[in-house]
Design a protein around this ligand. Structure first.
Ligand SMILES: Cc1ncc(COP(=O)(O)O)c(C=O)c1O
Length: 330
């Protein structure tokens, strides 16, 4: 077996044991005589998979009982519309922190349905930091307060949540986890498919859910539980990120554009002193099976995405490769 070291920001690397399990179960899922991809989402065998995924996630993240977990189609981009349509229920006002491309997309969509107040922005320095928040700029009547908790493109993250009092915080993440009392007050214009109530009332099965993705998520959650849960993976992730950031900080050639206190543990952007060196590094890395390191076009340079499934030894291999490149070229 030969696998590349895939540092893609998404879709991104999965744990090998998860891929192997999915492969084992692909043609005949546990004696059911068909694959998960071919099953009716209304069959008991699929419902078991679905319930398992939700139960594992609830246990891993200790999600309180008064929160619904919704597995929806449309990705995070669909949430840019669903959030305002469902949460604009009283003042039709929302506070936003502008930390980059994803915040801007969320703001542009929310503006179609209500009044947006941008409480802070880090645009002046190409979103290389998380702006300090001044609570006097917050609107205490806002229907919600929106943050992009991890900025995939710039490699920044909120290390603490703002204190917004009774205003609910919406964080742009991957799955909809929503407090029950925020469901059921959608704007009249909200299409049935975009109303959280529709999906909450139907156990995410109003229509066909993203069946195979939910199955893979379940396998990933099982893998995380076997590893020791969130505490264990956080420790590994901190070690992985330290390996990479520490080397970048001591290097005379590589540098990280993000201020130290706001660095993401998941997405690590870095640059070399010239465009020529960036291009040479990316080409040589790729020739050596270290791939998908090209940074987003708005930041340039490189970006290593080192999510949960990225093994520590692969980050060590990347760092070794960077050291050798620096010695040979800088
Ligand atoms: C923070 C953030 N928000 C939103 C999105 C858009 O996600 P999707 O492609 O699922 O619509 C992404 C994608 O990478 C993201 O990183």
């Amino acid at each position: 077996m030969s696998r590349i070291l895939n540092f893609s920001a998404g879709p991104s690397t999965l744990p090998v044991p998860v891929l192997q399990k999915a492969a084992e179960e692909m043609v005949d899922y546990r004696g059911a005589g068909l694959s998960v991809m071919e099953m009716s989402h209304r069959s008991p065998v699929y419902q078991d998979i679905f319930d398992g995924a939700e139960a594992h996630l609830r246990e891993l993240m200790q999600i309180p009982d008064n929160y619904k977990v919704l597995f929806l189609q449309g990705g995070a981009s669909c949430q840019f519309a669903m959030v305002p349509m469902n949460l604009f229920s009283s003042s039709n006002k929302a506070d936003f922190v502008n930390t980059g491309v994803w915040s801007k997309k969320a703001i542009a969509e929310a503006k179609r349905y209500g009044d947006i107040n941008i409480v802070a922005s880090s645009e002046d320095k190409n979103f290389s930091y998380i702006p300090k928040l001044d609570p006097s700029a917050f609107n205490s009547n806002a229907d919600y307060f929106h943050i992009t908790s991890n900025n995939t493109i710039y490699g920044t993250c909120f290390n603490e949540l703002p204190d917004t009092g009774s205003v609910p915080i919406v964080a742009d993440m991957s799955i909809v986890i929503i407090r029950e009392d925020l469901i059921g007050n959608a704007m009249d214009i909200t299409p049935t498919m975009l109303n959280y109530q529709t999906h909450a009332d139907n156990g995410s099965m109003f229509n066909t859910p993203p069946c195979y993705s939910i199955y893979i998520a379940k396998l990933v959650f099982e893998w995380l539980k076997n590893l020791g849960g969130l505490e264990a993976i956080e420790k590994i992730n901190r070690e992985k990120a330290a390996l990479l950031y520490d080397y970048i900080d001591e290097s005379n050639a590589f540098s990280a554009p993000v201020v130290k206190e706001d660095r993401s543990l998941m997405n690590v952007p870095f640059i070399l002193p010239s465009e020529e060196l960036n291009a040479k590094f990316l080409k040589e890395a790729s020739e050596n099976g270290v791939v998908n390191l090209k940074g987003h076009r708005s930041v340039g340079g490189m970006r290593a995405s080192i999510y949960n499934a990225m093994p520590k030894e692969n980050v060590a291999t990347l760092v070794d490769f960077m050291k050798k490149f620096e010695q040979a070229n800088c």
